[in-house]
Design a protein around this ligand. Sequence first.
Ligand code: DAH
Length: 347
Amino acid sequence: MEQTLAALVSKAHSELSLLKSRVEFEAAKARFVGPNGELTALMKQMGAVPKEQRPAMGRLINEAKAKLQTELEGALARIAEAEIAAQLGPAIDPTLPSPDRGPGTYHPLTLVREEMCRILRKVGFAVADGPEVETEYTCFDALNTPADHPARDAQDTFYLPKETRFGNVSKHTPHERYLLRTHTSSVQIRTMLKGPPPIRIVSPGRVYRRDATDATHSANFHQLECLYVDRNVTVKDLKALLDYIFASLLGKDTKTRFRPHYFGYTEPSFEVDLSARHLPKVNKEWIEIGGCGMVDPIVFDGVGYDSKVWTGYAFGMGLERLAMLLFGIDDIRYFYQNDLRFLRQFA
Ligand code: DAH
């Protein structure tokens, strides 16, 4: 019996070492220790063994069972390891330089943002930044957009729960709520509250609206805002600057057109269209690109600027819309899908 058990363990040892898969393993396990397996068959012979030899025999069988168990565990661990190794593929040396295509490229929105900032820096604008979580005061009230204005409707805006706190964004009044900014115009207020005029800033950044996504809408998109405050600023200055920046970005044939509009923070206010026939994939004569106007004296008074002395203009536009015009992109969703086939076209 002792030899039979030893032979069984050694057979298990050599057979189990050849196993390649879990299926083979399960079959082998059944063959050795399963209810119809070889060990069980030997155990069944116990009945025929004389009583006095049974304890010794029982011990031998238990030892053999323990050895078989160890062999089985070893075999399963080897199979699991081989499975992981197969998933990982050949070993790599992480200290070697990356074999991929080298450094990445700029995202088309980054390209347009940087180009616009470069164009505006040339004429004296400094880049300003503001938080994406805003207060109702900075996003609306200070921009002469009172509580009953549609832009503040909870339906179009992502408000944060009342109890939310942000250590780095202070509230102007204790009961106002936080929200994800709906436009970069809030940076106008933050900049003016920081110091006296003259001011010339450009502020690109992410904004949020409760919009359903389609080819031209996204709940999260980007804007570029400009604010100019000085003495004797006129609509002519505003128009001249817009002409200059769009001609710089899109070519000297680009023309701009103003249409009267309403914004709470500018008076008069306009929507700006671009002549776009020379741009790729555009088949309309005029394309709406943003809003603008002369800063409303109410806004100046609110931030403590003397509205009898200071004048200014402001405008805002969507960066996605600009990038789509510049590169001939016909669906806004491409910007956010991180598809390399799209992104590599801007390398
Ligand atoms: N904030 C406006 C929007 O999101 C755009 C805008 C209009 C910005 C007029 C301005 C402005 O600075 O003066 O649609």
